[in-house]
Design a protein around this ligand. Structure first.
Ligand code: NAP
Length: 269
């Protein structure tokens, strides 16, 4: 969705002659070439997605404080003769939570997943003053390493478990966030990452997936009486943050959102 969203925004602000956003497939070995292309001005900037959000860090000369703290970078840009890597997923998640009018201070939250997105979400949650965070992941070592990172950087109490143990271990939570691709179109759209029965222990369920907008997890959560939040606002807000860095102009958020919704409706959502 990023090309659709950014190209609509460039067009709305009359920047289409200057900017074009293209999706590219890149071999990991070519990450240094990508950084070099930005340094020499062949490219104005880039977004980085799965599976390079962490690996790119070793190739970027300057990493923002948040990118460094999260251990994940999704946006590259040129500044003062060098290339900077930063993380706009954090802002995207925080805006989505604000928009849904959710306050997490002194509350409990649960994360499913421990990849790049989970890193950004856990960083945001910890700095929101969350009391307790529980991370469930398919591979326990990755959950442990994320839990340690959050403990090092905040006062939030952090627990972690293998995803298989969720039925026994999920405590009552104000918010549960799915940071896995389970439920995504083309991946496993009929599935939920956790059994629907446990959702009655949760107040709000957020799925970072935006295609489809209503995942199976969100359907089940609604049936269990939970408030639900999909991944659309986070997608648009992280994109808006990148757009503002590249262009120096205020992002036309409504244009970006409309372009994504149109593409999802016309496409495979
Ligand atoms: P990632 O770094 O590859 O991490 C994926 C996570 O999902 C890992 O913890 C992995 O567990 C887990 N996982 C993968 N397949 C699984 C399965 N079949 N069952 C259980 N767990 C599984 O990916 P990411 O960058 O964090 O992205 C995760 C999701 O968030 C994607 O759907 C992505 O589109 C979405 N996202 C949305 C936004 C937005 O703006 N809305 C932003 C970022 C990401 P293991 O550690 O065991 O492999």
């Amino acid at each position: 969705m990023s090309p659709v969203m950014h190209n609509a925004a460039f067009s709305a602000l009359g920047l289409s002659n200057e900017f074009e956003y293209r999706a590219c497939v890149l071999e990991g070995a070519r990450l240094p070439d990508l950084v070099q292309s930005i340094l020499t001005g062949q490219l104005q900037g880039a977004n980085i997605t799965i599976p390079y959000k962490s690996r790119i860090i070793e190739h970027v000369p300057v990493v923002s404080n948040i990118g460094f703290a999260v251990g994940s970078v999704n946006t590259l840009y040129r500044e003062k003769g060098t290339v900077v890597g930063c993380n706009t997923d954090v802002r995207g998640f925080e805006r989505a939570i604000e928009e849904a009018d959710v306050s997490l201070q002194t509350k409990k939250a649960t994360l499913i997943g421990a990849g790049g997105a989970a890193r950004a979400v856990s960083f945001s949650l910890a700095r929101s003053g969350l009391k307790e965070l529980t991370i469930f992941n398919r591979s326990l070592p990755k959950a442990r390493s994320l839990a340690n990172l959050v403990r090092m950087r905040s006062r939030t109490e952090v627990k972690c478990h293998n995803l298989e143990r969720i039925e026994n271990k999920l405590a009552e939570s104000s918010l549960l966030v799915n940071c896995t691709p389970v439920g995504m179109t083309g991946h496993s759209s009929d599935n939920t990452p956790i059994p629907a029965e446990v959702l009655s222990r949760v107040d709000i369920v957020m799925d970072l997936i935006y295609n489809p907008l209503r995942t199976q997890l969100l359907r089940k959560a609604q049936e269990s009486g939970c408030k639900t939040i999909n991944g659309l606002t986070m997608l648009v807000q992280q994109g808006a943050a990148s757009f503002e860095i590249w262009t120096g102009k205020k992002a036309p958020i409504n244009v970006m959102k409309k372009a994504v919704l149109k593409a999802l409706k016309g496409g495979n959502s």
